[in-house]
Design a protein around this ligand. Sequence first.
Ligand code: NAD
Ligand code: LMR
Length: 327
Amino acid sequence: MHNILVPVKVVITGAAGQIAYSLLFHVCSGQIFGNDQVRFMQIPSMISQLEGVRMELEDCAFPLLNQLSITDNLEEAFKDADYAFLIGALPRKQFLRGMERKDLLKSNASIFRNQGLVIDNVAKKSIKILVVGNPANTNAYILNKSTPSIPSKNISALTRLDQNRATFQISKTLGVPNVVVWGNHSNTQFPDPKHALFDDGRQVWPILKAKFDEPNFIETVQNRGTDVIKARKLSSAMSAAKACADHMRDWCLGTKQGEIVSMAVVSNGNMYGIPKDIVFSVPVTCNNGEWKLVEGIELDFSSKKYFESTLNELKQEALDAEFVFQE
Ligand code: NAD
Ligand code: LMR
């Protein structure tokens, strides 16, 4: 018996860039949106290079790739889109020493403002959006402000890379846990080992704490992006693409029993004291295409300090972002 395949339309911006080059494989192989679905893709920018990527995708002969479109026209790209990975933006550069992700706001903010205005007009209202371009949380904040007709729950930013980094650091000591990352995708983020869980729901901290250097762990995860840039002379791409795939797959297909994941989402004003509209990484579970906040996690004194620091940074970035709306 044949399935009736429902095509979904996925937009990837910055598709000629390095993250997208790795992400395309995850998307087109069918591991994110379910094996019974077919996808259309539209890709703005860098048209001639993308023609080469198109040839490669064709040559992969992915059975689920229904149609591939390349465009630099935003209306055409986002028309009736079901899913969007917003990657297209400038990355930090290795030669700009001391540059932080928030320093990209000036160059990247207007990209998300302009895309938001178009998405609001032409995309499906059910579109699920993952903002990847940095500073990811605040670009998602701008996008949310620019898309009044899209539910804020459908807009998210990528902190799964930070979760995966934290998971690896702990896995070196113990098995693979689920680690909560709170706050900003920046060097103030708070990867929280005290609330990490094993897949079977057991707490990691009672076993971990005796032999664990918590400040060193937090700093390692906070600075991992910078360390990758120093070593690679380019920002992370393969791991970022894997994290994009993890984030969207869990959101669409659901998290496993007992699993919690970190997603930066738009606060409704009723989440761990995070002001409304701030895009903050929190622990969630996902089911039926919806994320749900994991509530009731108690932070101790030192954890609260980390939490406040990353929240203060995001509040400041939100103020800084207002310049986009004044233009
Ligand atoms: P890249 O320079 O390799 O690719 C970016 C692509 O975006 C380029 O092809 C460029 O032409 C395109 N682009 C620029 N402006 C655009 C626009 N307005 N519309 C469409 N495309 C546009 O960069 P990359 O390594 O792929 O990184 C992309 C972004 O993702 C950067 O901002 C980077 O800092 C960020 N990033 C975020 C995370 C995260 O965890 N949130 C992780 C890694 C990288
Ligand atoms: C990362 O965390 O690797 C990315 O956000 C790129 C960067 O600028 O660090």
